[in-house]
Design a protein around this ligand. Structure first.
Ligand SMILES: [Fe+2]
Length: 239
């Protein structure tokens, strides 16, 4: 079962798909790649909008797309890619932004050095008790912060996602493999925004990873993690 945990295919809600035609095109590509389920995770910025209006917009975007959905398209789930902000620690409605039906929140880190204040803020979020944290595209932060800082983050009670596209180029592939080796990666996402930017699905990502004999069983592992996330069951590998 292929579950894409990170995508921006809903029409005209963020910097992802611009219209219904593009959204359908993305879902067609997903279907061709054998994706079973895709979670819509539009960007959420707590300093710019309320969770209620975000959810209303997300529901509207889906309703507009719904008449155009095809049987072969993956099943659609709903979530948000929530950009970290210190105020999230006390943000009452944060659980509303979790992947629907679960307590898992896709959290995007700021594009800056992950300093002590940020790390302890994320720790406080993991300690809230009303949600669990899945960190979005963990490989990306290494452009802004050291591996030591990322190590600190990933040793909190949380799990990680990488983007399939990052597995396609040599430099970022090496980085992703290192993160998988460290046990930081539980699932993949396409982080699909628009057609024509590589059109890489998670199926392509798993193919690259499992070609490496050290990680031949990673797709199975990620599938198991993905199913547990959606069933809201505990994951063994909180590091
Ligand atoms: Fe994203």
């Amino acid at each position: 079962m292929l579950i894409d945990f990170h995508s921006h295919f809903l029409p005209a809600i963020d910097d992802g798909s611009r219209n219904i035609k593009e959204s359908v095109g993305i879902l067609d590509i997903m279907a061709q790649s054998g994706i079973d389920k895709i979670i819509a995770t539009p960007h959420f910025y707590c300093t710019e909008q309320s969770s209620d209006s975000f959810i209303e917009h997300r529901d509207d975007a889906y309703e507009k797309l719904r008449p155009y959905l095809k049987e072969e398209h993956p099943e659609i789930g709903f979530g948000a890619e929530v950009l970290y902000d210190h105020s999230l620690v006390n943000y009452d409605k944060l659980p509303d932004l979790c992947i629907k039906g679960t307590k898992w929140l896709l959290l995007e880190m700021p594009y800056t050095n992950l300093d002590d204040k940020i790390i302890s803020g994320v720790e406080a979020i993991t300690n809230r008790g009303d949600l669990k944290v899945l960190v979005a595209h963990i490989e990306r932060y290494l452009n802004f912060t050291s591996m030591k800082r990322l190590d600190e983050l990933m040793h909190l009670e949380l799990i990680g996602q990488i983007n399939a596209k990052s597995l396609m180029s040599f430099k970022t592939r090496r980085r992703c493999m290192k993160l998988i080796e460290k046990g930081y990666v539980q699932v993949l996402g396409s982080d699909y925004h628009r057609i024509g930017r590589g059109d890489v699905t998670i199926e392509h990502g798993y193919e690259v990873i499992t070609k490496n004999k050290n990680f031949y069983d990673f797709a199975e592992y990620a599938e198991d993690c993905g199913k547990k996330i959606l069933a809201d069951e505990p994951l063994d590998r909180i590091i």
